[in-house]
Design a protein around this ligand. Structure first.
Ligand SMILES: [Zn+2]
Length: 268
C-alpha cells in the first residue's frame, strides 16, 4: 500500500496559526506590543529605517528590546511607491533597510511588507536577489488559506475586521484538514486615530491561549513551511529525513508524525 503523506499541520500537530503584522514603526507600536504580550500573540513589525527617531516614530535604540519575541521586518528606508521606483532604487531601498535593521536586531531580516501595498512585476523579479523571502500585500481576502506565493502574501483582514474574523477562525471546523491561517495587518496609530484599542482586547480574549492555535511571526511561518518542503523521502515514502534545524509534523495516512530536527524516521 502506498503511504499517503500530507503537509497539513503546523508545529505540535496544530492545524491553525495566527500572525499579525504592523507597518511603519510609529510610537503606538509600544502600546500594541504590550497588548500582544499580554495575550501571548506574536507580531511582525515592518519598519522604515529612515524614519526611526523622527517625531512620532519609535527610536532606533529601542527596536531590539521593544520587539523582543516578535519579528522586525523590512518596509524600505523611506516608504516610496515601489511600483513607481527605478530598479536601482528598489534594490537600494530594501538592501539599506535590511542592513540598518539587521544591525539593530542582530538577525537576518528576510521579509517585508510593500509600502502602500504597491508592487509590480519588476519589484517581484528583484526580491529574490535582495534576499527577501516573503512580502505582505494589503489585498485582504477574508479567508484563512495559506499563501500560494509568499512574495504576494495576502492577509486575511485589516484589524478593523479582526474581531469578526477571530470568531470565524476559532469556530472553524476543519473536516478535511488544511492549514488555516488568520493573518491580521494594520498600523498601530490607527487604534489611536479611531479610538478603538478595545478591538485588541476583544480579539485577544477570543484567540489567546488556545491549544489548537500556533502563535507565530511571519518569518516563523515561512521557516516552518520551508522546512516542510525540504523533507527528503525515500522512493517508497517509508523513510524521511528532516535536514532542517526545526522539527516538523506531517500526516502519514491518518497518523500524526513528528520528524525531529535532523532526524531520519522510518514511517512503518
Ligand atoms: Zn507603510
Amino acid at each position: 500500500m502506498e503511504k499517503r503523506i500530507r503537509y497539513d499541520m503546523f508545529p505540535g500537530g496544530r492545524t491553525k496559526a495566527l500572525t499579525l503584522s504592523y507597518d511603519d514603526g510609529k510610537e503606538q507600536d509600544r502600546r500594541l506590543v504590550d497588548k500582544l504580550n499580554e495575550y501571548g500573540l506574536k507580531g511582525t513589525f515592518h519598519l522604515n529605517s529612515g524614519f526611526l527617531g523622527n517625531e512620532r516614530y519609535i527610536r532606533a535604540d529601542e527596536v531590539a528590546s521593544l520587539f523582543q519575541g516578535h519579528e522586525v521586518s523590512a518596509h524600505t528606508v523611506n516608504h516610496p511607491f515601489l511600483d513607481q521606483t527605478s530598479a536601482d532604487q528598489i534594490v537600494r531601498q530594501l538592501t539599506a533597510d535590511r542592513e540598518a535593521l539587521e544591525r539593530l536586531v542582530g538577525y537576518p531580516v528576510r521579509g517585508m511588507s510593500y509600502p502602500f501595498g504597491a508592487y509590480n512585476e519588476l519589484v517581484l523579479s528583484l526580491l529574490p536577489a535582495i534576499g527577501i523571502e516573503y512580502a505582505r500585500t494589503v489585498e485582504s481576502h477574508g479567508k484563512f488559506q495559506m499563501p500560494s506565493d509568499f512574495l504576494r502574501w495576502h492577509p486575511t483582514c485589516h484589524h478593523h475586521g479582526m474581531v469578526e474574523q477571530a470568531e470565524a477562525f476559532v469556530s472553524l471546523e476543519q473536516r478535511h484538514t488544511r492549514m488555516a491561517l488568520l493573518y491580521v495587518w494594520g498600523h498601530s496609530y490607527e487604534f489611536d486615530n479611531n479610538q478603538n484599542w478595545e478591538l485588541l482586547d476583544r480579539f485577544g480574549e477570543k484567540v489567546a491561549g488556545r491549544e489548537d492555535i500556533w502563535y507565530a511571526t511571519n518569518a516563523e511561518i515561512l521557516a516552518y513551511m520551508q522546512a516542510l518542503q525540504r523533507l527528503r523521502f525515500s522512493i517508497d515514502s517509508r523513510i524521511v529525513h528532516n535536514p532542517s534545524a526545526i522539527p516538523v509534523w506531517i500526516r502519514v495516512d491518518t497518523d500524526v508524525v513528528e520528524i525531529g530536527a535532523g532526524a531520519v524516521v522510518q514511517l512503518d
